[in-house]
Design a protein around this ligand. Structure first.
Ligand code: FAD
Length: 460
């Protein structure tokens, strides 16, 4: 009990946003209730998103690496896949992390409620029939898969990302609708396990939003592995029959696949909460708008994570969560991150942060590029993975870094340095003059900065 209310702070949803907010608020001494409709904490990210996908991607990477070794004179026998054991490993990873969250909630004395919360008014929710009053609230109800209409969803050969992670079988052929990050990551997994992959994407490139040149090495790599990548193409019909799912492209060509994965995006859960009963405005698309302190239009109700808008990424949700919890506690803080990095954990990985060339051109912003091809990196050559490059965008007036893109193995790990560089307002010389360990892929960051300064040094 907190004064006239059952709880001082109610957090709805226990994904990366919700559990981070609940833990931060509890650490600050607040009385916190965390409500989640599922037994398991962790939301999409831990249960059916970031974590299980990366567990499977690790297996895929090892398989591909062993294949690659043949050209180095080391041959492994064809991998035998025990699907159930692989899924068991994936599930053990999820359980380790979600179980850990349960213990952390207990240690912090966060009150946990299991059930679906819906607003009754601006200080009351029901949780599966039970009424709970709150002084302040943080909505962290996340998002869900967008189910493309007109598809035979009653047929379990048609899958969304959650189904794909359940991996009922390793099909002979699979069509993936949507060439975005989630679709491409699942393609990476299934392809390594032996499935023949086709990707169809409406736009003229995979990972629309990332710079075209950044995506090119990935495109070239997967072109050799997958059956087909159809760009500027649309699925116009899909019919379930005995032999598979018959898909029609652009009103013409028809092809039958064993399975079809729909990965065309996610929609926020804003319309599922009766938020209007609390006076909280929800957009037509189901997003909840917030200010820099993560407050909704109702002062004591905050919202964070996927439900407040793009990019729908776990690391954005956790940062917003800390801000919301601290503001609810009475601190004067704001969400003021300059940049939020994006990573596709494909093979090779694609990572970018800050300004892209695409955006610079759209916004007519002046920029100069420093680029380092991995074909000149001793480490990449040693790894026999030279298809990558590192690209930095600089402000030609101040020499400050504006954005960065990396494609290549481990790009997702390498991008962090550039997130820090942008947040710190680094100039090209700060990056170029920082001694990076040799021989590493990370050197490519310093070399790109040096390339911009026109002082490229021969390091190998
Ligand atoms: P969510 O994780 O969606 O959590 C919301 C929680 O609220 C859910 O547990 C839900 O059950 C609960 N809830 C909703 N409504 C109610 C209610 N009324 N009452 C009670 N509980 C409710 N992001 C990355 O940054 N990196 C990645 O590598 C990555 N990979 C991904 C891979 C896949 C396959 C998918 C699908 C997503 C991936 N994401 C990744 C995105 C990431 O999962 C989300 O951005 C993140 O989970 C958002 O966190 P959130 O807290 O806003 O919401």
């Amino acid at each position: 009990k907190e004064g006239d209310y059952d709880t001082e702070l109610l957090v709805i949803g226990a994904g990366p946003g919700g559990y981070t907010a609940a833990f931060r608020a509890a650490d600050l001494g607040m009385d916190v209730t965390l409500v989640e409709r599922y037994d398991s904490l962790g939301g999409v990210c831990l249960n059916v998103g970031c974590i299980p996908s990366k567990a499977l991607l690790h297996t895929a990477a090892v398989i591909r690496e062993t294949e690659h070794m043949a050209s180095h004179g080391v041959t492994f026998s064809k991998p035998e896949i025990d699907r159930e054991k692989l899924l068991g490993f994936k599930q053990s990873v999820v359980q380790k992390l979600t179980g850990g969250l349960g213990q952390m909630a207990k240690q912090r004395k966060v009150n946990r409620k299991t059930g679906e919360a819906k607003f009754i008014d601006a200080h009351t929710v029901t949780i599966d029939g039970e009424t709970l009053t709150f002084k302040q609230c943080i909505i962290a109800a996340g998002s869900q898969v967008f189910k493309l209409p007109g598809m035979p969803w009653e047929d379990d050969r048609l899958m969304d990302s959650t189904d794909a992670l359940e991996m009922q079988d390793i099909p002979k052929s699979m069509l993936i609708i949507g060439g975005g990050i989630i679709g491409l990551e699942m393609a990476t997994v299934y392809s390594a396990l032996g499935t023949e992959i086709t990707i169809v994407e409406m736009m003229d490139q995979i990972i629309p939003g990332a710079d075209k040149d950044l995506v090119k090495p990935l495109m070239q790599h997967i072109k050799k592995q997958y059956k087909e990548i159809k760009l500027k193409s649309k699925v116009t019909a899909c019919v379930a029959n005995k032999t598979g799912l018959e898909v029609e492209f652009d009103g013409a060509e028809k092809v039958t696949y064993d399975r079809v994965l729909v990965a065309v995006g996610r929609i926020p859960n804003g319309k599922l909460l009766d938020a209007e009963k609390a006076g909280v405005e929800v957009t037509d698309r189901g997003f909840i708008e917030v200010d820099k302190q993560m407050r909704t239009n109702v002062d004591h109700i905050f919202a964070i994570g996927d439900i407040v808008g793009q990019p729908m990424l776990a690391h954005k949700a956790t940062h917003e969560a800390k801000v919301a919890a601290e503001v609810a506690h009475g601190q004067k803080v704001y969400f003021d991150a300059l940049v939020i990095p994006s990573v596709a954990y494909t093979d090779p990985e694609v990572a970018w942060v800050g300004l892209t060339e695409l955006e610079a051109k759209e916004q007519d912003l002046a920029y100069e590029i420093g680029k380092f091809p991995w074909a000149a990196s001793g480490r990449a050559i040693g790894n026999d993975r030279t298809e990558g490059f590192t690209k930095l965008l600089f402000d030609p007036e101040t020499n400050r870094i504006l954005g960065a893109g990396i494609v290549g193995t481990n790009a997702g790990e390498l991008i962090s340095e550039l997130c820090l560089a942008i947040e710190m307002g680094c100039e090209a010389a700060d990056i170029g003059l920082t001694i990076h360990p040799h021989p590493t892929l990370a050197e490519s960051v310093a070399m790109s900065a040096e390339a911009y300064e026109g002082t490229i040094t021969d390091l190998y």
